[in-house]
Design a protein around this ligand. Structure first.
Ligand code: P4A
Length: 411
């Protein structure tokens, strides 16, 4: 019989070992080349090292979280999922890359992906548990923001790797054929990547789905004005990208814009404008609404996890407030943009409206994964006390941020 202590120390050793390595970022171009040329064996050999490295790097950071947060039941649960998945992957460390092992590996990856399906929600629940049981100081709030950005980015990257492998090699025979050829996509998909992802089509798709929710709740919705360089768009705008990531960001931005517009215009809601521009370096997608905007003091808060954490609307509420957005919509959307070295920024003019811009890398060889690395610098962040202010505090008449209740409870 194996001793629990021996297993514990072994996994701890493996964690220490794999966390010494830096994750290896891939570019979209590399994902595509790999998907078109590499064999399952090669993918297996890469992932059985890279996945433990990425898991170990972020697990080391989980361990550094403020104790109060680590003790929350939901955070403990997430931690257990990571430990189990780490163990399940390093089981393949010394196995020969033969067909039965390869298919076992695929099944294992699917199991792990399913296990981690609710990580975002569960972690949000953990933050909520902390807020409800402890007073959270600004220093702790900063550490949590820093951690969650890195943690969710790590998760996006690990899911990307798992999705590519299982879409290309997984399931029955012909899976590769289906995923390389795509279904109803003109035979171009390589795993989750579309080498000719039409930005305009994804914009329309996200708009239609957000509009459906908007119509149901407000009984009306703003029109979409889709432009390229300021002119009505008359051709596709292809980019090498992951359509589901782009859709996620656009759907979130449309929900926000529609909500702002409908709350400020009872009849004749002004259209939402989306302008697409291809530059040499960036493809930019700018969404402009005339929804009255938000003050600058609030626009920063929209990206803060602590601020966006509110109890989930109950099942019965959720169909009546369809545009409320689940709390982490904007911060997670920004991570999707940054994942391949793009960005998502809000520029709002209080009293007028909001511009949201998604920047994407125009060239797939410049679209590299942006990955958190565990090292001395990152670990220091969890222990530092915030530096004393070297700019004067706001004048007392300014509204305190905590006194703005309108956005803290999104439901
Ligand atoms: N004005 N402008 C925006 C919002 C308001 C806005 C808003 C009241 C705030 C919170 C929210 C949804 C909308 C916008 C576009 C954006 C973001 C905010 O991309 O018009 O819930 C999350």
């Amino acid at each position: 019989m194996r001793l629990a202590g021996a297993i514990f120390s072994n996994v701890t050793k493996m964690l220490d070992f794999y966390s010494q390595f830096n994750p290896s970022p891939l570019s979209i171009k590399q994902f595509i080349d790999f998907g078109l040329n590499a064999c399952e064996r090669k993918s297996f050999l890469f992932l059985r090292k890279e996945l433990p490295v990425r898991l170990a790097n972020i697990m080391k950071e989980i361990a550094l979280l403020p104790e109060n947060l680590l003790r929350m039941p939901s955070v403990g649960l997430v931690n257990q999922w990571y430990e189990r998945s780490f163990e399940e992957i390093i089981e393949f460390e010394k196995k020969e890359p033969e067909p039965p092992v390869l298919s076992q590996f695929c099944e294992r990856l699917v199991l792990i992906r399913n296990r981690h399906a609710d990580v975002v929600q569960t972690m949000a629940q953990g933050v909520l548990e902390l807020k409800e049981s402890h007073e959270v100081e600004p220093g702790i709030e900063n550490s949590i923001q820093y951690f969650l950005d890195r943690f969710y980015m790590s998760r996006i990257s690990i899911r990307m790797l798992i999705n590519q492998h299982t879409l290309l090699f997984g399931e029955q025979l012909g899976a590769r054929q289906a995923s390389v050829n795509g279904m109803g996509n003109g035979g171009r998909h390589v795993g989750s990547i579309d080498p000719a992802c039409d930005v305009a089509a994804v914009v329309r798709d996200a708009y239609e789905n957000a509009r459906f929710l908007c119509d149901r709740y407000y009984l009306a919705s703003p029109e979409l004005e889709l432009l390229e360089d300021g002119m009505p768009i008359d051709r596709p705008m292809p980019i090498v990208y992951v359509p589901s990531h782009l859709y996620h960001m656009l759907f979130e931005l449309f929900k926000n814009a529609m909500r702002a517009v409908m709350e400020t215009h009872e009849n004749c809601p002004p259209p939402i404008q989306v302008n697409l521009v291809r530059g040499r370096e960036d493809v930019s997608v700018k969404m402009s609404d005339k929804g009255g905007g938000i003050p600058r003091s609030v626009s920063d808060l929209l990206f803060k996890y602590m601020y966006s954490t509110a109890p989930q609307p109950s099942k019965s509420d959720s169909h009546t407030v369809p545009l409320a957005g689940y709390g982490y919509g904007l911060p997670i959307s920004r991570l999707y943009a940054r994942y391949f070295h793009g960005d998502l920024v809000l520029m709002s003019c209080e009293g007028f409206g909001t511009d949201a811009v998604i920047y994407l890398k125009a060239l797939s060889n410049e679209a590299n994964e942006l990955l958190p690395i565990f090292n001395r610098t990152s670990s220091k962040f969890y222990r530092t006390t915030p530096a004393p202010a070297d700019w004067s505090a706001p004048v007392p008449t300014q509204t305190c941020r905590r006194d703005k209740p309108s956005l803290s409870h999104k439901a």
